[in-house]
Design a protein around this ligand. Structure first.
Ligand code: SAH
Ligand code: SF4
Ligand code: F3S
Length: 513
């Protein structure tokens, strides 16, 4: 999954009011201004959207100014130490303000809250409550409770018993699915045309370096019925592209009415939803990339030809230490199947450099794997030792930071070269772009050849490449055909061919990706 660092990103879903044990009267003499900071993966982005929607329903309004907010939330990530430091330093900056204004309530949610509840209260006593990843329905109640309790630390009940378990002893996570009301506020999405849909939570893979299984609990798939009804509501609201979310999204399995549904079955179901033009999913696990899934993508025009399947390392010895459960040869077989069944499909990866067991030689193998597999892009992370993980228990984090940095830069350099070379192949070709809206980086406004208002717009091709071009902002939410005239390692730069092109009603077009 890619990572975010966002403040007050708008998007939403709603929670029921009864999900807290709060009995006392609600304190109302605060200003209802809400500030929220989100770090971490798309799961966190979605969680923030849900919480914000619930709070808006209760009269809160978002502000980007932390000083004027009397309710402040941090949605946290524990995947690397750096992500945690960021949150502690943000919390540190609020210490004085919180003491000065007793109406301020500060809450910490997300993976760090799940993992380090007591530590957070110790290190940042200005925090009023922590709430676990499966108990988001309790946030509103905890805010009220913190005000009533005059800032005596409070936490969501289930944090005390840990995350849900597969044996059914604790089923809070599963229940928290049921508490999601799929109605969302279109105004609150990153673009009104794109939405995340969670299809599963948790992870059962237990890669040795990773905290996610302990912060998100065991893998649980949501029922196709619920997912489908959520997608239909989103489509009614004007959403054109859904991104299905799961830590190992292609491990999705759910038995409903006696029938087993896999991700491929889900794609077929969602493909029938009118109004949805694109279906994506992240993040895939290499070992679960079965042919039925690749064939579903081949057969369903709305499924995009893009897979995020992290390899993590190019050396079998390190993959073994990581407990990833596959070899480079297995990954190569998977890539061959992808290329055979889905020609032109782009694949992106994550890599960790400086993992215990990585030698200079094994690092060279990671570099070679980028060259061999020609990823569209790769997210490259320096190994960060996470207490409680198998890697932290068994192996010292012995590779010096300068070495990790150097290896990271070498990986980025090779990946950039590959990305630019492969992007250059697009010059002179046409791609279908779902237009997201004006590009944030360049606010160029002028007129196009017909004299209409033109701005630099941004969108993504079917193979998930970022495309910028000049066009009328009203094209946002449509699929436009763009001819590529130039490229950078990260972006295709194009010019518009047809102003509007509806994916399934237009004439059949050649090589559009
Ligand atoms: N479920 C996804 C990724 C989850 S975390 C998957 O399995 O691919 C996102 C990325 O963070 C991982 O792919 C990995 O590359 C990186 N990561 C996870 N734990 C890490 C650690 N301890 N140090 C550095 N990077 C880490
Ligand atoms: Fe972490 Fe591995 Fe699960 Fe991904 S598959 S979330 S890296 S344990
Ligand atoms: Fe996501 Fe970070 Fe948690 S990557 S699952 S927010 S630890």
């Amino acid at each position: 999954m890619s990572h975010v660092d966002q403040t007050n990103r708008l998007d939403a879903e709603q929670f029921p009011a009864d999900a807290t044990d709060l009995q006392a009267d609600v304190v109302t003499d605060h200003n209802h201004k809400l500030y929220i900071e989100t770090v971490g993966c798309q799961m966190n982005m979605l969680d923030s959207e849900l919480v914000v929607a619930d709070l808006r329903k209760r009269g809160y309004e978002l502000t980007r100014d932390v000083k004027e907010a009397e309710t402040i939330l941090f949605n946290t990530c524990s995947v690397r130490e750096h992500a945690e430091h960021k949150i502690y330093s943000s919390l540190g900056r609020l210490r004085y303000g919180a003491r000065k204004n007793p109406k301020k309530v500060i809450g910490v949610m997300g993976c760090m809250a799940q993992k380090d509840q007591n530590l957070i209260f110790q290190k940042a006593p200005q925090v009023d409550f922590v709430v676990g990843t499966g108990q988001l329905a309790q946030v509103a109640g905890l805010i009220d409770k913190a005000r009533i309790n005059h800032h005596n630390h409070v936490r969501s009940r289930e944090l005390a018993v840990g995350l849900g378990r597969k044996d059914g002893k604790h089923t809070e996570i599963t229940n928290s699915f049921q508490s999601y009301d799929p109605l969302r506020d279109p105004e609150m999405r990153p673009s009104p045309y794109q939405a995340f849909v969670r299809i599963m939570i948790g992870c059962d893979k237990f890669c040795s370096y990773c905290v996610v299984p302990s912060t998100r609990g065991p893998e649980q798939s949501r029922s196709p019925r619920e997912i489908l009804s959520e997608v239909k509501v989103l489509s009614d609201q004007g959403v054109k592209e859904v991104t299905l979310l799961g830590q190992t999204v292609n491990s999705y399995k759910h038995t409903q009415d006696g029938k087993l549904f896999r991700l491929s079955d889900l794609l077929h179901l969602i493909h029938e939803v009118e109004g949805i033009d694109r279906i994506k999913f992240v993040t895939s696990y290499p070992k679960d990339m079965t042919n039925d899934l690749l064939e579903a993508i081949r057969d369903l025009p709305k499924a995009t030809r893009y897979l995020h399947v992290p390899l993590q390392h190019g050396c079998n010895d390190v993959l073994k230490v990581m407990k990833r459960g596959y070899t480079v040869e297995d990954y190569r077989d998977m890539m061959q199947r992808i290329n055979e069944i889905l020609p032109g499909c782009s694949v992106s990866s994550d890599f960790i450099v400086g993992h215990p067991g990585e030698t200079e030689e094994s690092h060279q193998k990671s570099l070679a794997s980028i060259r061999e597999f020609r990823f569209k892009n790769s997210f490259i992370f320096k190994y960060s030792e996470r207490p409680g993980t198998k890697a932290a228990e068994r192996f010292p984090d012995e590779i010096p930071d300068e070495v990790k940095k150097r290896r990271n830069n070498e990986m980025l350099k090779v990946q950039n070269e590959i990305s630019e070379e492969d992007n250059a192949e697009f010059i002179g070709r046409q791609v279908e772009v779902l237009v997201e809206g004006p590009s944030k980086s360049a606010q160029k406004v002028g007129q196009d050849s017909s004299g209409a208002l033109a701005e630099q717009l941004v969108g993504r091709s079917n193979c998930d490449r970022i495309v910028v071009f000049d066009g009328n902002p009203r094209l946002a939410g449509t699929i436009a055909r763009i001819e590529i005239i130039d490229v950078t390692p990260t972006t295709l730069i194009g010019s518009i061919v047809t102003k509007e092109y509806q994916l399934h009603s237009g004439p059949s077009l050649p090589i559009l990706q």
